[in-house]
Design a protein around this ligand. Structure first.
Ligand SMILES: Nc1ncnc2c1ncn2[C@@H]1O[C@H](COP(=O)(O)OP(=O)(O)OP(=O)(O)O)[C@@H](O)[C@H]1O
Length: 554
């Protein structure tokens, strides 16, 4: 900021020393040395500013993303029923980037603008207080305009990010379900729907551009008016001998800097408002407290853990559909080490029973006990680490088979290759995994090998085997290899199996039939089948009828 002042001195030296070349050379040399020093300092400071601001910017975005991801993953499952994946991903990627940019690059430019404007104004007052007071009359109306523009940006930025989140949500859902889209031939209509969503973002961007054009047009114009008024009033002051040509030149340069500084300040303020707008939902997500804790409460010592499960007068409705109760005063006892088959028509609540057991949701009324302990008193993390789950459509992550199996262990890093091989052998997965060219290092999922349903299940069983589980919730196919693997997994554990076929039910110690929001029948398979008018018998008859139909169709 001292450069314009020194440049003014250079001009005055040239004009006032006249023909005395020796004095002029000496003054010019020392002024130019000073200016070189100033420029060198300026260059170094600029480099430091860019480096510091960019690295701290990236660090802020990194920390923001890490905290947000952690906050999202800690939320209760009911939260995910209400939120949409694409929207959350958008918050994590796009919103954090906007907020990050607004408080880093922008902050750096803003700080520079403040320093520039403050030093410039001081120098203007130092050179000519009367001219400075006259020129700076333009600042208050400009500041008012910037505040109004900032408010507009804050609101439009929030709306833009929301519209973008909706578009991302749609794209994410359709891309991950491309097979369904293709099967129904919906590519073109999906493209149209996406374009409509993205058009909403474009419309908002156009609105922002129109208002922005007006604002920056006025800012630029007022900067030029400032220069004009300096030339006019400054010229008059020079004519009346109140200012030298060097002073006027310095003043003009400072006016220029102050103009740029004020423009920078208004863009800083507006970008900051944009960041606040984009950050509104982000802060809400960051601050959201999950309904129940992830890792707090009682952990039973291993010798006290037998695995007896008891549902006592349990009533439950999903938070997203409170009006449709799934259970009302449901009672069920699963003795330790036994196999309980849960049957019932589609939508009767079989999977819900397992979700309650895993404490993905809390019952609205009643209590679920494990070995006589209310599961709400137990540490949810500890509880889940003692319940192995194998679902009919297991989800594997896009990493190696080795990592997918190790994922089941409480500490995946502590799992040895031998542990993984052993689990794979017990789950009948070892041979088919080794048949892949890269064996256990084969990457499954997105870009890797696509596995059959049965293969996925056997990997999922190996994953469940690595848990220190006493209890298992199963919803599995009845393919022979899977079945055999499951039988090994069930040994010595309490098992709740969502059964679809007679063969699975026959192996269970007891069968519970879900109907009308509670356990309608419970007993041994033979006993229940013996009851001619019983629900279980009807269910089985219906199933064998369906099997016959299928056979006939074949
Ligand atoms: N996250 C959820 N939010 C709201 N309602 C849900 C949710 N999950 C399931 N439901 C509803 O709860 C009821 C019971 O579902 P559940 O999946 O437990 O049935 P199920 O007996 O396992 O069915 P199926 O044999 O078809 O798998 C269904 O009516 C279903 O629509």
């Amino acid at each position: 900021m001292s450069a314009p002042f020194l440049l003014g001195k250079v001009i005055d030296t040239i004009y006032t020393t006249g023909t005395d070349t020796e004095t002029m050379t000496a003054s010019l040399t020392s002024l130019c040395i000073m200016l070189t020093g100033v420029f060198l300092c300026g260059g170094a400071a600029n480099a430091a500013r860019v480096y510091l601001m960019q690295t701290s910017g990236q660090k802020i975005v990194r920390n923001l993303r890490a905290s947000l991801f952690s906050s999202i993953l800690r939320q209760e499952v009911g939260f995910f029923d209400r939120s949409r994946t694409g929207e959350l991903i958008n918050r994590l990627s796009a919103d954090t980037a906007v907020v990050g940019r607004s408080i880093t690059d922008n902050l750096s430019d803003g700080l520079r603008a403040v320093a520039q404007a403050a030093a410039g104004v001081s120098m203007m007052f130092y050179i000519s207080p009367s001219l400075a007071s006259f020129v700076l009359l333009i600042v208050p109306p400009m500041a008012g305009l910037a505040v109004i523009y900032g408010r507009f940006l804050r609101s439009i930025s929030k709306r833009t990010q929301d519209a973008l989140a909706q578009a991302t949500q749609l794209a994410e859902e359709r891309i991950s379900n491309i097979r369904t889209v293709r099967a129904f031939g919906k590519e073109l209509s999906e493209v149209n729907t996406y374009t409509q969503k993205i058009d909403q973002v474009f419309t908002l961007a156009k609105k922002e551009a129109v208002i922005g054009a007006g604002f920056f047009g006025v800012t630029g114009l007022s900067g030029n008016i400032m220069i004009l008024s300096v030339l006019y009033k400054g010229g008059l002051l020079m004519a009346s001998q109140h200012m030298t040509v060097g002073e006027l030149s310095s003043f003009l340069m400072y006016t220029f800097w102050v103009g740029i500084g004020i423009a920078g300040l208004s863009s800083f303020y507006s970008e900051l408002m944009k960041g606040f707008g984009a950050g509104t939902r982000l802060w809400q997500l960051l601050d959201r407290k999950p309904e129940f804790p992830l890792n707090e409460g009682l952990a039973l010592p291993p010798d006290q853990l037998k695995g007896q499960l008891e549902f006592c007068d349990v009533s439950f409705a999903y938070p997203a559909r409170k009006e449709a109760p799934i259970f009302q005063n449901l009672n069920l006892l699963v003795p330790a080490g036994s196999i309980m088959a849960v049957v019932g028509s589609s939508g009767s609540g079989k999977s819900t029973l397992v979700s309650l057991l895993l404490r993905l949701y809390d019952p609205d009324n009643g209590i679920i006990y494990i070995d006589g302990h209310d599961i709400r008193d137990l540490n949810p993390y500890w509880l889940r680490s003692h319940i192995g789950t194998v679902s009919q459509e297991p989800v594997l992550f896009s990493c190696s088979i080795r990592d997918n199996i190790a994922y089941g262990a409480v500490d995946p890093d502590a799992v040895t290759t031998d542990d993984i091989y052993r689990a794979a052998k017990v789950s009948n997965a070892y041979n088919f995994i080794q048949a892949f060219p890269k064996g256990f290092d084969t990457v499954v999922g997105e870009k890797g090998v696509l596995l059959s349903g049965g293969q996925k299940q056997r990997i999922a069983i190996a994953r469940a085997l690595l848990k220190v589980s006493t209890t298992i919730a199963l919803d599995a196919e009845n393919e022979f290899l899977v079945q055999e693997a499951l039988e090994r997994l069930m040994e010595g554990r309490t098992v709740v199996i969502i059964a679809h076929r007679l063969s699975t039910i026959q192996n269970a110690n007891a069968v519970a039939v879900l109907d009308q929001r509670c356990v309608a029948e419970c007993g041994q398979h033979r006993e229940l089948l013996g009851n001619r008018h019983g629900l279980f018998r009807k269910l089985m008859e219906k199933q064998s009828f369906l099997q016959e139909q299928k056979q006939a169709l074949r």
